[in-house]
Design a protein around this ligand. Structure first.
Ligand code: AMP
Ligand code: ZN
Length: 112
């Protein structure tokens, strides 16, 4: 399902531009507009749900697929030396876009 007022749904529909690095029927990966590391990609599920706890069976399958597809995408984007995955969940984590996404951070030694 796609939600009208969601920035990532708009990117999925092509209504907002993005710099895509990978796309298939389950996920889109593009460059974060405000990178927090030398390489900062966002893997976005092709289904709109806010939190892991809100994922239905399809959403759970998507998240699992994304997690295990990311190593290939990371390598293709120069992250052979490692990378960090972050999934912000809710306000205390500072989540700003309420559409499940996985941050892929790397390209340098990351501060904890
Ligand atoms: P989060 O804080 O986990 O919800 O992450 C949302 C991320 O989306 C932030 O790192 C933003 O910089 C990024 N972001 C917001 N709008 C866009 C956009 N139009 N294109 C690319 N990245 C975006
Ligand atoms: Zn959405």
């Amino acid at each position: 399902m796609i939600e009208n007022n969601c920035v990532f749904c708009k990117i999925l529909k092509g209504e907002i531009p993005s710099v895509k690095v990978f796309e298939d029927d389950k996920m889109l990966v593009f460059k974060d507009i405000e990178p927090k590391a030398k390489v900062h990609l966002l893997a976005v599920a092709k289904d709109h749900f806010k939190l892991l706890e809100e994922a239905d069976e399809k959403g759970r399958g998507l998240v699992s697929y994304m997690l295990f597809k990311i190593p290939q995408i990371a390598k293709e984007n120069g992250l052979e030396n490692g990378y960090r995955l972050v999934i912000n969940q809710g306000d205390d984590a500072g989540q700003t876009v309420f559409h499940l996404h996985i941050h892929i951070l790397g390209g340098e030694t990351l501060p904890w």
